[in-house]
Design a protein around this ligand. Structure first.
Ligand code: ADP
Length: 548
C-alpha cells in the first residue's frame, strides 16, 4: 500500500522561491571583481534569476542544454545557478585555474552552448574561444559600462544588457526531480577530467542534510562566507543550503588573500566560513602577522585536504573559532562527513579530544560507508583496521557523464550493491567517525606495511618553522618504498633536516620516520588547492634516498 502524501518534486527553483518568500529581505553581499561591494536580497536575486531564465530562453537555451560558467563567488554567479538549473538546463561550473587545454577539453566534452565569464577571466577565454566547438554565445558578467572595448571575443554579450527589459515573471517548470541540474568535472590529476552530473533531487537532499546541526549547522541566523569557490563542487552546496535556511551570504569574489577576507569577515559579521587548508594557512599567517583577531566567526569548515592539528589549534586558541573538519568529493555533491563531537567526548582530556577532531567526522543520514580489504570483504569498524572506503547514498554519483570510466558501482558482500569506491583509504570507529589515512595512490608501502602520508604531513606541519609539508614514497631496494619529507620553510627559517627528524621522532613510530628531508621554495597545488603529489613524484623521480 502506498502512502497518501503529496508527491511534490524536490527542485532547485523551490529553494530560491522559498528564500524570496520567507527571507525576502535577507542580504546577499558580494565583493565584485570590479572591487566594490554589491548588496541586495533574496527577493532581488529571485527576480533577476527569472529574468536570466527569460534571457537564456531568448538565446535558444532549452532543457538539458549545458551552460558553462567561468566565474568567482558573486551574486551574478548565484543567479546563474538558479536560472540555469531552474529552467531545466545544466549549470556547468568550470574551474578557471585549470590548464587552458583542460578548460577546452571540458567545455567541448560538456558541449556547453553558452559560456558566462567574469570580467578578469575574459582575456584568458579570448585565447581559447576559437577552440570551443559548440559554444554559441559568450557573456561577460558585468554591466554595459564595464564591457571591454576590444575583448577579442567576437559577438561578446553583456550580462546586464541581457536582463534589461525582461519581465521577470518566468514560471519555473515543474521538472522531474531526477532531472540533471549541474555538472562539475573532477580535477583529474591523472587522465582527462570526468564529469559528475548532479540532479535536482540529489542537490535538495544534500542541502537538507548539509544544514543539520551536526553537519554545517546553518540557520536564518547564520552569516555565511563561502571561500570555497562556486566552481569547486558548487561551493560545497552552500548556495543551495543558505537559500533553504535563509542565511545571509557574503561572496568574496576574487580577493581571497588574508587582508581582504579579514575585512569582509569583520564588516559583514560573518559567523560561518568554509575553505581548503591552503587558504586558511594564508589567512592565519596574515592574522598572526597583523596581531588581529577574528571577532564574529564561530565556525570554519576545513575540507578538501586533511586539516592539520596546528591549524585547528590556531583557529580555536587565537580566534575562538570552532573548526569543522569535513570530508567529501566531487562525486558526493560533495558532503560525506563532518566532525562534531558527541556529548560523551566532553569528558575526554584535551589530547584525546584533539585526536578525535583530527578525524574526518561522521556521515549525516544519507551517506552509508564501508571499508574493505584487498579481498573486497568488509573490515571491522574498530578505528584501527583500514581499507578502501566505499560510499552509497542519494547524493552520490552512479557513474560519470557520458559513461566515461565505465561502471563505477560495486558490491560489498553482505551489504548489497551500489557502492562507489572513493579512492581513499580510511578507518571507521564504533562511533561512526571516519579517518582518512591516505589517497590510495599516495599511501607509502614500506616492507609490506602502510605508512600514512597524511599523518606524517600533519606531524611535520606542527613544527613552528614549517609553512607547508608533503610526504611521498620513494622506491627503496629493501623496503619497496620509504617516505621522503618535502618541506617549504617559513620565511627566514633555517630549520635543518636533523631538527625536523628529531621533532617527528616524538610524534610518529620510529619506522615511519622519513629517510630524508628535501627543502623547496614552495609546493605545487592542484586547481582546487590540494598538494599536487603527481608533480612532486615527477620532480623527484631521479632522486635517490641516502638509505637506498
Ligand atoms: P578535486 O579537488 O581533486 O577536484 P575532490 O574535491 O572531489 O577533487 O577531491 C576529493 C578528495 O579530496 C577526497 O577523495 C579526499 O582524498 C580528499 N579530501 C577531501 N577532504 C579531505 C579531508 N578532510 N581530509 C583528507 N582528504 C580529504
Amino acid at each position: 500500500m502506498l502512502g497518501l502524501m503529496q508527491d511534490r518534486p524536490l527542485l532547485i527553483s523551490h529553494l530560491i522561491e522559498h528564500a524570496a518568500r520567507n527571507h525576502g529581505d535577507t542580504e546577499i553581499v558580494s565583493r565584485r571583481v570590479e572591487g566594490d561591494l554589491h548588496r541586495y536580497t533574496y527577493a532581488d536575486a529571485h527576480v533577476r534569476a527569472k529574468k536570466m531564465a527569460e534571457a537564456l530562453q531568448a538565446l535558444g537555451v532549452v532543457a538539458g542544454d549545458r551552460v558553462g560558467t567561468l566565474a568567482w563567488n558573486g551574486y551574478r554567479h548565484f543567479e546563474l545557478y538558479y536560472a540555469i538549473s531552474g529552467m531545466g538546463a545544466v549549470c556547468h561550473t568550470i574551474n578557471p585555474r585549470l590548464f587552458p587545454e583542460q578548460i577546452v577539453y571540458i567545455v567541448n566534452h560538456a558541449e556547453d552552448r553558452v559560456l558566462f565569464v567574469d570580467l578578469n577571466l575574459l582575456p584568458a577565454v579570448a585565447k581559447l574561444a576559437g577552440q570551443f566547438k559548440g559554444v554559441k554565445h559568450i557573456v561577460a558578467m558585468c554591466g554595459r559600462e564595464q564591457m571591454p572595448k576590444d575583448s577579442g571575443i567576437p559577438g561578446l554579450l553583456c550580462y546586464e544588457e541581457l536582463l534589461e527589459g525582461r519581465p521577470g515573471t518566468y514560471a519555473w517548470p515543474e521538472l522531474d526531480e531526477r532531472t540533471a541540474c549541474s555538472l562539475c568535472y573532477t580535477s583529474g590529476t591523472t587522465g582527462n577530467p570526468k564529469g559528475v552530473l548532479y540532479s535536482h533531487r540529489a542537490t535538495v537532499l544534500h542541502a537538507f542534510a548539509g544544514s543539520l546541526p551536526d553537519t554545517l549547522n546553518l540557520s536564518a541566523r547564520s552569516v555565511v562566507l563561502p571561500v570555497v569557490p562556486m566552481f569547486h563542487v558548487n561551493a560545497w552546496g552552500l548556495p543551495y543550503a543558505c537559500a533553504m535556511v535563509g542565511a545571509k551570504i557574503v561572496f568574496p569574489g576574487v580577493a581571497l588573500d588574508g587582508a581582504s577576507l579579514t575585512a569582509l569577515f569583520e564588516t559583514e559579521k560573518v559567523s560561518f566560513t568554509a575553505g581548503v587548508p591552503t587558504v586558511w594557512l594564508a589567512l592565519l599567517n596574515h592574522l598572526a602577522e597583523k596581531k588581529q583577531r577574528l571577532s564574529t566567526v564561530r565556525y570554519a569548515v576545513i575540507g578538501g585536504s586533511a586539516a592539520p592539528p596546528a591549524m585547528i589549534e590556531a583557529f580555536q586558541r587565537d580566534h575562538g573559532v570552532e573548526v569543522l573538519h569535513a570530508w567529501g568529493m566531487t562525486e558526493m555533491s560533495p558532503l560525506g562527513t563532518v566532525n562534531h563531537p558527541k556529548a560523551k567526548h566532553a569528558a575526554l582530556d584535551a589530547a584525546a579530544q584533539m585526536a578525535n577532531r583530527l578525524k574526518q567526522g561522521r556521515p549525516p543520514h544519507g551517506v552509508e560507508m564501508a571499508i574493505v580489504g584487498d579481498d573486497g570483504k568488509e573490515l571491522p569498524h574498530d578505528g584501527k583496521a583500514f581499507g578502501d572506503l566505499l560510499v552509497r547514498g542519494p547524493w552520490i554519483t552512479s557513474g560519470y557523464f557520458k559513461g566515461e570510466g565505465g561502471a563505477v558501482l560495486r558490491e560489498v558482500p553482505g551489504r548489497g550493491g551500489g557502492w562507489f569506491a572513493t579512492g581513499d583509504v580510511a578507518t571507521l570507529d564504533p562511533d561512526g567517525y571516519m579517518q582518512i589515512t591516505d589517497r590510495s595512490k599516495d599511501v607509502i608501502k614500506s616492507g609490506g606495511e602502510w605508512i600514512s602520508s597524511i599523518d606524517l604531513e600533519n606531524a611535520a606541519m606542527a613544527h613552528p618553522e614549517v609553512a607547508e609539508a608533503a610526504v611521498i614514497g620513494i622506491a627503496h631496494p629493501k623496503w619497496d618504498e620509504r617516505p621522503l619529507l618535502i618541506v617549504h620553510r617559513k620565511a627566514g627559517s633555517a630549520v635543518t633536516k636533523d631538527a625536523l627528524i628529531q621533532f617527528l621522532g616524538s610524534k610518529v613510530a620510529k619506522w615511519w620516520l622519513p629517510d630524508d628531508v628535501q627543502f623547496v621554495d614552495g609546493l605545487p597545488h592542484t586547481a582546487t588547492g590540494k598538494i599536487l603529489k603527481t608533480r612532486l613524484r615527477e620532480d623527484f623521480k631521479d632522486y635517490r634516498l641516502p638509505t637506498a
